[in-house]
Design a protein around this ligand. Structure first.
Ligand SMILES: Cc1cc2nc3c(=O)[nH]c(=O)nc-3n(C[C@H](O)[C@H](O)[C@H](O)COP(=O)(O)OP(=O)(O)OC[C@H]3O[C@@H](n4cnc5c(N)ncnc54)[C@H](O)[C@@H]3O)c2cc1C
Length: 383
């Protein structure tokens, strides 16, 4: 449905082959133990996929959002924790690509499979309102010192690069932020809790503390005080369509698991399968339609991003809301359709049901997106 070129399709097929072998088999165990999917990420790195969106000039595959979305959808079907780790990496890389003169070592390392990136935007003080960090950089020796309480950082402690937001040292308004690159090993950066989530249990989104981390001017990824432009202009499109793709991967997995269950489970006293119950077939049809409709919408968003016009910003805001709601509906229908065995046992539906809940509350949360879309429709300021 994403209308990939043959070259894009080949890349996604390679990711699918790798994911079937190195990602899917671990998904249930990762969910159970809440362990970070280290093996899966290492396999993606070894095959060059941490460099999927790194320009060819730095050794990467130079792919855009369409290929990334198709890859995230496929990964999301197999292990949503791995898919979310990969998405946050792609968000971080997008910031690197915006300032290659400052990030060439990280871009080259990502292309080699030696660098995992992530975002550290959410803060204890401003919660999901990532556009208004409450931490503030303090000028120090030509650079800054940064102290902050970051609440959820996907791949906390596992990533090599953290794209961090903070109020600029000279900020006059809550939106005057600057984006910095903090590297694992920088003195003062520490994981300060654990992620024991309901869903996406392996994505390691633990809190992190920055305690007077010293950053030279070369670590500023955005111009001073212009962090919001980078958040909205660079990160938001990747995050929105990427989260939508992961949610659709979860929905697709629910459809497939439900088909498998109803077609293979027997009502022996009637000599039939569950698939012969019309109500179950109708629910399956609803699941298929919801998933296809949201995927078609996401494809429209990709088309619009590739040929931007006046509707593009709105479509980008819609992307995550549409797909995450679809995933909630589809996974809930899957649970009902498969019955009691879906609540436990060997079917993946209860895991998918839990996983589908995480992207809804990732910022911009789906409820925030509704408010933003409504504001835009009413001609009000969005931020
Ligand atoms: C699995 C997972 C991974 C994450 N990974 C990262 C990461 O890598 N980097 C990062 O920076 N953050 C990450 N986050 C954090 C995420 O982006 C949100 O900041 C976080 O989930 C907000 O939780 P909270 O309890 O602080 O929500 P709160 O901000 O307290 O929100 C509570 C409720 O209020 C609603 N709400 C708030 N403001 C509005 C509004 N204006 N309009 C309508 N409703 C509103 C919210 O939708 C929510 O329902 C992650 C979160 C999760 C769950």
């Amino acid at each position: 449905m994403y209308r990939l070129t043959s070259a894009q399709q080949k890349i996604v097929s390679d990711i699918v082959a790798l994911a079937d072998q190195a990602v899917a088999p671990q998904a249930a165990e990762i969910d159970k133990s809440a362990a970070f999917p280290r093996q899966a990420i290492a396999a993606l790195g070894k095959a060059g996929f941490l460099g999927l969106t790194v320009p060819a000039a730095f050794g990467g595959q130079g792919q855009g959002l369409r290929t990334a979305v198709a890859a995230l959808d496929e990964l999301g079907r197999r292990c949503s924790s791995t898919a979310m780790v990969y998405l946050m990496h792609l968000c971080g890389v997008a910031c690197y690509v915006a300032v290659p003169e400052k990030t060439e070592p990280q871009l080259r390392a990502a292309a080699r499979g030696d660098h995992l990136s992530t975002l550290a935007f959410s803060e204890r003080g401003s919660r999901s309102h990532f556009w208004a960090p409450v931490s503030r950089a303090v000028p120090d020796n030509g650079g800054v010192r940064l102290s902050a309480q970051k609440t959820f950082v996907t791949s906390a402690g596992e990533a090599h690069g953290y794209v961090v937001s903070t109020l600029d040292a000279d900020a006059k308004r809550p939106l005057d932020s600057t984006i910095y690159l903090v590297l694992r090993g920088d003195t003062g950066l520490a994981v300060s809790g654990v992620w024991e989530g309901l869903g996406m249990r392996g994505n390691g989104s633990a809190p992190m503390t920055l305690d007077r981390v010293a950053l030279g001017a070369d670590r500023a990824l955005s111009p001073r005080g212009k962090g919001l432009d980078m958040m909205l202009g660079i990160v938001l499109p990747v995050f929105q369509v990427g989260t939508a793709a992961v949610a659709l991967g979860i929905a697709e997995a629910a459809v497939q698991a439900t088909v498998q269950h109803v077609t293979t489970s027997r009502l022996e006293h009637m000599g039939s399968s569950l698939a012969e119950l019309p109500v179950l077939r109708a629910r399956l049809a609803q699941m298929r339609i919801e998933t296809d409709r949201a995927r078609a919408h996401l494809t429209c968003v990709l088309d619009s991003l590739e040929a931007p016009d006046a509707s593009t910003d709105l479509l980008v805001l819609e992307a995550k809301a549409a797909a995450t709601e679809a995933a909630l509906t589809v996974t809930e229908l899957g649970l009902r359709t498969c019955g009691g065995v879906a609540l436990g046992g060997t079917l993946p539906l209860e895991r998918l049901f839990r996983d589908a809940r995480a992207p809804v509350v990732m910022a911009p949360t789906t409820d925030q997106a509704y408010d933003f879309i409504g504001r835009a429709l009413c001609g009000l300021e969005v931020f």
